[in-house]
Design a protein around this ligand. Structure first.
Ligand code: AHR
Length: 665
């Protein structure tokens, strides 16, 4: 039996059909495509688009985390002596100075310290001998900026040292200070500031003396005072992420959470408390050492600073090579519960008090956790998952738990609030995956597309082609946002000196950064969070190379509503697109608007440090906007058309998703 809305749909269909045949035909003959927008479907999740931060490619250590010293506790070579101390090195030669590591630190969890024996006595080279650290491929030292230098020393005699920042050769001083200490027979913390009188993006820290004797060093840290809110995040990189307006941040990985072996996985308890006491660890999947300055606390702080919901991925007793037997998984379950208590517990709780002591007495707003990463197929995943699930549900009934098993095709065989979905493929496949969730059951847990990207030849280091395919995919996610709750691109960052995974959204070195086309593509979707999705039907000759969606979003500053139509032209020909906004009083739309285009001369074009803005969104005015718009989609382009609305969306009357009323062109 037909309902009122069925009837409405039929009437509307006839109306549009009539319009297509008679009224609009004059212009339609010239168009290759028609987009009919006719009614609101639903509000999209507030959390739809966010970011995924993984400690990969030196995203954190030597990236977003502003610490300039690498291997600050001399731990990276392991608890052996002798051990490698890279990237520390000596100033002077072997006949003047001898260094070695010793397990003699005052910090229990990171026992190694550096022993430096100065042999020269009155005949040291000018400036002295000592050690230097060039951080992560050179330190960015900026004139006028101040750097906090903290380190621990011990010596049997008095010490007289010069502490300086220099260029990469040590020849050009950028900042210098001196310390003289008479009694450092016990480990002594030295805190000082260095003010840069010059700039160099490839600088280093030098600790020197010309006094014979032995000095032990440990936990050497050099932090710019100028970090985001003083929270330790590198300002320019923080801004790049904040500009994306991410609704959530998933962290700290990825494979980084799993480890190749469990002993090398990210274990949150070893990353909290005073930085000096963190042992650091070697991530054996992405193959580098982290001092874990960016730890469990800092990730939650990052989420809070971004205004993004934290999504904590914890190790579930599974690494790439191992799976803990369900009979002995409980310590891992407890570790996860403790990690949640750290974030959410009150400041009197065992772990909440650790957070409070670190400077955040109020709980962090943790509402989502992911039980492992990409482990669904691994031994014991389900058995162990159920134990995590039950314990967390009992202790924190409101926390949403994310399973690693894909529920997009078949129903999950275990309870979950969401399931993880990852896709890395070539451009054509990713573009065509816009329809992936069309056939997914509407009951059951929702999807979290926590990692998506075009990879391989199509993507290079971040091509326009990749971004267009991804945009097409995201348009599909918008349309399926009744069952897709969240989505994030991966990976977010790459330090150009350590490209473990390509492509990435943001490329940086010690002093500069740029966004790849995939980064800029995501800007087209940042206003979709919480926006209203409109019903839109695309008719085109080359429909397999076009994708489009329509939303109404509220501008956060002006609080005014905007109609936004996004269209991807994945093909190599120009498309003239006719947009028909049906069911809307023409007076409610402004007569002009803007169009923002992401494109380039060659579909394989990329941005680079030499040309960081080659492919960025370019906005221009559209003079004739309104209910009927004739627009052009350039070859290989992503375009969004924004038209200011004089009121809300209630005037777009139809609420049907029926697509049958459009006759083929
Ligand atoms: O994003 C890079 C890696 O891809 C992630 O660590 C992992 O989850 C996936 O395999």
């Amino acid at each position: 039996m037909g309902t009122r809305s069925d009837l409405g749909a039929l009437m509307l269909g006839l109306l549009v059909g009539f319009c297509l045949v008679f009224q609009c035909s004059a212009t339609l003959w010239d168009a290759n495509a028609l987009l009919v927008v006719n009614g609101s479907i639903r509000k999209m999740p507030e959390t739809l688009f966010g970011v995924f931060f993984e400690e990969i490619n030196h995203a954190g250590a030597g990236g977003l985390w502003a610490e300039l010293v690498s291997n600050r506790g001399f731990e990276s070579g392991g608890h052996h002596s002798p051990s490698i101390i890279d990237p520390w090195s000596i100033i002077g030669n072997d006949s003047l100075i001898k260094v070695s590591t010793e397990a003699s630190s005052c910090f229990k969890r990171n026992p190694m310290a550096l022993r430096m024996e100065v042999v020269c006595d009155g005949d040291c080279p000018l400036g002295g001998v000592g050690i230097y650290n060039h951080g992560y491929w050179g330190m960015n030292i900026e004139k006028g900026k101040t750097y906090n230098l903290v380190f621990y020393i011990r010596s049997l005699g008095s010490v007289n040292m010069s502490l300086s920042l220099t260029d990469s050769t040590g020849m050009q001083p950028l900042a210098t200070t001196n310390i003289i200490k008479n009694d450092v027979s016990n480990w002594t913390k030295i805190v000082t500031k260095l003010e840069a009188k010059g700039s160099n993006s490839n600088g280093r820290l030098e600790l020197k003396t010309d006094k014979k004797g032995v000095i032990w060093f440990d936990q050497v840290s050099l932090m710019p005072t100028d970090t985001y809110k003083g929270h330790g995040f590198r300002n320019d990189l923080f801004k790049m992420v904040a500009d994306m307006k991410p609704a959530f941040i998933r962290f700290p990985g990825g494979c980084f959470v799993e480890g190749e072996y469990l002993r090398n996985a990210f274990r949150w308890k070893e990353t909290v408390g005073a930085w000096e006491e963190r042992p650091g660890h070697f991530g054996d999947v992405w193959f580098y050492w982290t001092d874990d300055g960016l730890g469990h606390y800092e990730f939650f702080q990052l989420a809070e600073d971004l205004g993004a919901a934290p999504i904590w991925v914890f190790n579930n007793g599974i690494s790439h090579q191992e799976s803990v037997d369900p009979a002995i998984i409980m310590p891992f379950v407890q570790e996860a519960l403790d990690g949640i208590e750290f974030a959410r517990g009150d400041s009197n709780s065992t772990w909440g008090s650790v957070r409070a002591a670190m400077g955040h007495p109020d709980p962090f707003d943790l509402k989502y956790v992911a039980i492992g990463n990409e482990d669904c197929g691994k031994k014991y995943y389900r058995e162990n998952y159920l134990q995590f699930y039950a314990a967390i549900r009992k202790a924190y009934p409101d926390i949403k738990m994310i399973s690693n098993c894909d529920g997009s095709r078949v129903k999950l065989d275990h309870p979950a609030d969401m399931y993880d979905f990852h896709i890395y493929s070539d451009a054509r496949t990713v573009f065509s995956m816009a329809n992936t969730f069309d056939r997914t059951s509407r009951v059951g847990p929702k999807a979290f597309v926590s990692e998506y990207a075009v990879t391989g030849d199509d993507a290079g280091l971040g091509s326009l082609l990749a971004s267009l395919a991804e945009a097409g995919f995201l348009i599909g996610l918008e349309k399926n946002s009744d069952i897709v709750e969240m989505a994030s691109y991966a990976p977010l960052f790459v330090n150009t000196n350590d490209k473990r995974w390509k492509p990435d959204a943001i490329v940086f070195d010690s002093s500069q950064s740029y966004g790849t086309p995939s980064y800029w593509m995501q800007h087209f979707f940042k206003d979709s969070n919480g926006a209203t999705l409109l019903n839109s039907t695309l008719q085109a000759n080359a429909s397999n190379t076009l994708a489009a969606s329509a939303i109404v979003f509220q501008d956060p500053l002006s609080k005014k509503n905007n109609l936004r139509i996004k269209a991807v032209n994945f093909g190599s020909s120009t498309v003239s697109l006719k947009i028909l906004i049906d069911g809307l009083d023409p007076n409610l739309l402004d007569t002009s608007g803007t169009q923002t285009v992401l494109t380039s001369a060659n579909v394989k074009d990329e941005n680079s440090f030499a040309n960081p803005k080659k492919i960025i969104p370019v906005t221009s005015l559209v003079e004739k906007a309104g209910r009927n718009m004739d627009v052009v989609l350039l070859p290989h382009s992503l375009t969004c058309f924004d038209v200011l609305m004089k009121s809300g969306i209630a005037e777009i009357t139809s609420t049907t998703e029926d697509k049958s009323y459009i006759s083929s062109m």
